[in-house]
Design a protein around this ligand. Sequence first.
Ligand code: B12
Ligand code: SF4
Length: 464
Amino acid sequence: MKILFVYTDIDVKGGARSYHFGLGVLSSVLKNAGHATGLHYMFDKWDPDGFSAHVEMFGPDILAYTSDSSQARYTAKLIKQMKDKGILQIAGGTHASLYPEFLKDTDGLDAICVGEGEKPLLDMVTALHKKEDYSGIAGLWVKAKDGSIKQNPQSQFTHDLDAIPFGDREMFNYQQVVASDYDRATVMMSRGCPYKCNYCGSPAMGGLQEGKYVRFRSVENGIAEIKEIVSRYKIKSIFFADDVFTIDRKFVKEFCEAYKHEVDLPFEVTTRVESANYETFKNLIDAGCTRVAMGVESGSQELRRKSLNRKMTNKKIIQAFADAKKAGLKTKSYNIVGFPYETRKMHEETILLNRELNPDSLVCYIFNPYPGTALFDISIKEGFLSPDFLNDDFISRTDTPLNMPLFSRREILECYRSFAYNVYKTRSLKKALIYKVYYSRFGEPLIRLLDIVKKPIQRLAMGS
Ligand code: B12
Ligand code: SF4
């Protein structure tokens, strides 16, 4: 069978292409079973005509869309566009999984996959190939001709990650992806996160299936994939995209030992302040890690405890950043503004905490309510988010869809644009001003215009 995967990645800040881990492995699974796969990667610009032309040229039996909530409106438009073309259309990924109403609401969509897709998709393609009925496959919700929906039982989480083939990076034109992101490759050593932050889609995904959610690949399996990538593509560094890289300190130690001897490329990881200590950071730096990113999200302990379900103290955050620096690592903090119940005063606490941490670089996002999370439900219940939320304005990376009496949209945007400037202005005016431009209304167009100097500017601003 011929399967065309569809990945929309519209309006990306900074302009880097990305590899989609889920689609990569799904493609490998189908290819290993003898099917032909392709990818329509709609990057940055909305181009429905380009999509139609590709579909016509490829001639797929199945269109297989992945989508998170930020991209769902684009995915829905493409599905509607392909309605009545005689091609079976299925969607998976976080949005379809956590907001399965997507199947009912999207004209032309035949099925969704809720949760991990390796087995359900293969079972479905196998059934279609044999001209058998696929409507009873575990993990799939299937729409009948009369519009009724059959909701099948859930599939299990894949127990052994080593049993999953390496992802099909070639399908993504991987060298181009790497080149758009400072020659950096992305790799994952695990799936899942043991924490339960109220705004995050990861624990919500963890609640969908039976079995263990937090799983690790073996060190050998991960290193083998990295070696394969390094041998095929021109790569200068690696970013581990795991939710929390240091959950298992014993794993980190073993991994670092092997990595140092067998790969020896600079790398970066993301972790959580409670999950790493000085010794872990030492292991990381000894293996070539250059930077560790950790979520601060809000500097208000009260907001973190009551609304975000993040129980760490400010003292713990300060300690973790200090430990990372002492070990010799560069640090990066992740922050969010515009949470439900947040006030301007609480946001100021985030500025103050970051001043104290003095990370080498930082990122600030505007809070977005993702379906399936506790803060999404609260946003609807409190009337902060309209029940008719899935419109063209839902989830932009630089705006808020919330309407809150104590923290207005205008204030949130102001805080978002000036956050990094306010953090750094007392230490380095040059750095503060670069961030000010980067986060301003003109930052994005300017960066694109100045494409030639884009990389050095971003590097300076990001402290890398
Ligand atoms: C790595 C990662 C990225 C990477 C790579 C993108 C990717 N998804 O591979 C990068 C950095 C590029 C990225 C970008 C973004 N991400 Co991200 N990302 C993750 C992360 C940490 C891991 C995802 C992952 O690779 N998991 C492992 C793979 C194997 O699982 P998977 O992608 O879910 O795919 C499986 C199933 O979902 C299913 N499946 C997926 N697609 C399909 C399609 C079909 C047809 C079928 C049958 C099955 C199927 O089968 C796959 C294999 O089992 C998750 C957190 C998490 N733990 O889920 C956030 C997460 C998915 N990201 C999120 C967000 C918000 C974003 C951004 C919008 C961030 C931003 N502000 O720019 C962008 C959007 C990019 C885009 N165009 O979609 C949210 C999504 C929330 C939501 N409900 O929509 C998550 C859940 C984190 C969070 N904050 O809550 N992300
Ligand atoms: S620690 Fe990170 S990945 Fe885990 S639930 Fe919290 S935000 Fe999500």
